[in-house]
Design a protein around this ligand. Structure first.
Ligand code: GRF
Length: 199
């Protein structure tokens, strides 16, 4: 499966997806890394790792059309958001339904949006984590494909907690994406569970 990874920043989850794809049994290949920030550090890393990159400017008026065309030009079949800090418009999503996944640093449905680690600490939670989910028009609300728990320890700050959750994210994302693609390629699962999702 040809995978595009969309980023806005450092791209550590992108790197985790790329490195995991080097295992022989990985069901996806990173076909493209792009995003909304032409100077995102993750783009330089992807390039150095031999992955095709496209520099798109999120400020361009026709950004979403450009993105859609770029994905199609690279024959992308699946899209993984990895620290991609733009809300995806409905008409774009409609074209890629069931084919966009995201990673979010909380145990969804808890703590949607930004500031998840501070919210978990402030709430006195003992456990937080990360979630990989399908992207639907409503923010951080699509079907949960997989989660991992991470303990919150005494003295954790949003920064120390973020660092630890990130380690868990890097393991979760490639695994859950691979599982999802494995299921999506099974014709019985398509008819039973995803219906009109045309994977
Ligand atoms: C990650 O914590 C991810 O869960 C969130 O944004 C952060 C991106 O980090 N959506 P990176 O660019 O993957 O290093």
């Amino acid at each position: 499966t040809r995978l595009a990874i969309l980023i806005s920043g450092r791209g550590s989850n992108m790197a985790a997806l790329i490195y995991a794809s080097r295992a022989e049994d990985c069901p996806y290949e990173p076909a493209l890394v792009t995003g909304n920030k032409p100077d995102a550090p993750g783009l330089a890393l992807a390039h150095a790792e031999g992955v095709t990159t496209a520099k798109l400017d999120g400020k361009a008026k026709d950004f979403w059309t450009q993105l859609d065309e770029t994905l199609r030009a690279h024959e992308v079949e699946m899209v993984a958001l990895a620290g991609f800090m733009r809300i995806i418009p409905d008409d774009f999503l409609a074209k890629w339904e069931g084919r966009i996944v995201n990673i979010h640093p909380s145990l969804l449905p808890k703590y949607k949006g930004v500031g998840t680690h501070k919210a978990a600490i402030d709430a006195g939670d003992k456990v937080t984590g990360a979630t990989v989910h399908l992207v639907i028009p409503e923010l951080d609300s699509g079907e949960v494909l997989g989660q991992v728990e991470v303990a919150i320890v005494e003295g954790d700050t949003p920064e120390t907690l973020a660092d630890r959750v990130l380690i868990a994210e890097h393991q979760l994302y490639p695994r859950v994406l691979s599982d999802y693609l494995g299921r999506a390629l099974d014709p019985d699962w398509i008819t039973e569970e995803v219906g009109r999702r045309a994977l």
